[in-house]
Ligand binder design. Structure first.
Ligand code: FAD
Ligand code: SF4
Length: 329
């Protein structure tokens, strides 16, 4: 690991000013991803700006019935929050399916959203990777692609985003509050992460000095149910091969609200808008769930080792919606 400087500001403006004072700066939250990358030589910041002294560790109930989650709220605390357990089970289940108890005790909301891909080539500095070193190519294309994307990839990068929490937040229409050198803005979570296109080195729409301060969760209409299903190689301590966050409201057998997000299949949490449009206003039947999933996955472009993700994603979408619709009866 290379030498680096360390600062621990006590207010948000101070953190942003410090972060823009040098060329190569990283915000340090729980450190469970950043410090690993520094040890591997993947990321080499000259300055770490520790967010631990900032007043961003609260979960606040909003007047509209929603929830504001501070950027440094720990994943364990968020998963155990009574309002999350009551109103957003999809989020509690997604959080609890990630990493391990010890890691969740350190990992934060902002850090979880901005963790970087687990593509093995990205983490191995001896191999070419255009995400790590722009313009060097992609070792995964023609290499091992079992964990990689089936949707929205480019020739330049076929990596997936590893977060479970972000997938649940995408299905919940969460909004990300960001403060940066130009002031404050709010970004829909589904627009925070990018598809790789020609610039795989850019994971998100954020720029240098941009600090996530909170994530807002809008309230769900009464009668809405939600869940998270994660399929992986081991029952714990493994990233998703495919995951599904589903939010569903059925009245009289008709789908009145549906939101589906997929994990493990793309460079960002993948909002399944084609499936949602197909389902909305139609019958909540297994046949309709299957047809909608197949329509969504018609855009899939599997790689040499991950064709199994297409039927796996279809079946996981159907199983998640079936479980939610059975709860309705
Ligand atoms: C063995 C292992 C297994 C794991 N399994 C899973 C899993 O199954 N599912 C899953 O979802 N995750 C998993 N993880 C990843 C884990 O969830 C992340 O490492 C963690 O959520 C990152 O949060 P952090 O606070 O530690 O972030 P850090 O490591 O501190 O930061 C991550 C990145 O975000 C930036 N950052 C942090 N906070 C902010 C902010 N507020 N504003 C702007 N930038 C910020 C940092 O600069 C850094 O680039 C696993 C990790 C390990 C090590
Ligand atoms: S898939 Fe993306 S992260 Fe992985 S080697 Fe290719 S460019 Fe790098």
């Amino acid at each position: 690991m290379i030498p680096f400087d360390y600062e621990r500001p006590s207010d948000v403006d101070g953190a942003i000013a410090t972060a823009t004072s040098r060329g190569s700066v990283a915000f340090l939250a729980g450190g469970t991803n950043l410090v690993d990358r520094m040890k591997l030589g993947v990321t080499e910041p000259e300055l770490l700006v520790d967010l631990g002294g900032l007043p961003l560790d609260d979960v606040e109930e909003l007047p509209d019935g929603g929830l504001r989650v501070g950027a440094t709220v720990r994943n364990s605390d968020l998963a155990a929050h009574p309002v999350v357990l009551r109103d957003y089970p999809v989020l509690a289940r997604a959080l609890l399916s990630g990493a391990s108890g010890q890691l969740r005790n350190l990992a934060t909301t902002g850090g979880n959203l901005l963790q970087r891909t687990r593509c093995v080539y990205f983490q191995d500095v001896t191999t070419p990777c255009g995400k790590r070193e722009p313009g060097t190519g992609c070792s995964a294309v023609g290499g091992s692609t079992r964990q990689h994307a089936i949707l929205g990839a480019s020739e330049r990068c076929v990596a997936t985003h590893p977060s479970d929490m972000a997938v649940a937040m995408a299905a919940l229409d969460a909004r990300v509050r960001v403060r940066g050198p130009e002031g404050e803005r709010v970004i829909p979570l589904v627009d925070l992460h990018r598809l790789p296109g020609d610039e795989p080195e850019r994971d998100t729409v954020l720029s240098g000095g941009d600090l996530i301060t909170a994530v807002d969760l809008p309230p769900l209409p009464p009668g809405t149910r939600s869940l998270y299903r994660k399929v992986r190689d081991r029952a714990s301590f493994a990233f998703a091969l495919v995951s599904v966050a589903a939010v569903l409201r059925v009245e009289g057998g008709v789908v009145r609200d549906v939101r589906i997000a997929l994990g493990g299949v793309a460079h960002k949490p993948w909002r399944a808008t084609t499936a949602e449009e197909e389902l909305l206003g139609g019958p909540a039947t297994e046949e309709a769930f299957r047809r909608a999933a197949e329509l969504e996955l018609a855009a899939a472009r599997p790689l040499s080792d991950n064709g199994f993700k297409v039927p796996l994603a279809r079946n996981t979408i159907v199983a998640a919606l079936r479980e939610l619709s059975l709860e309705e009866r």
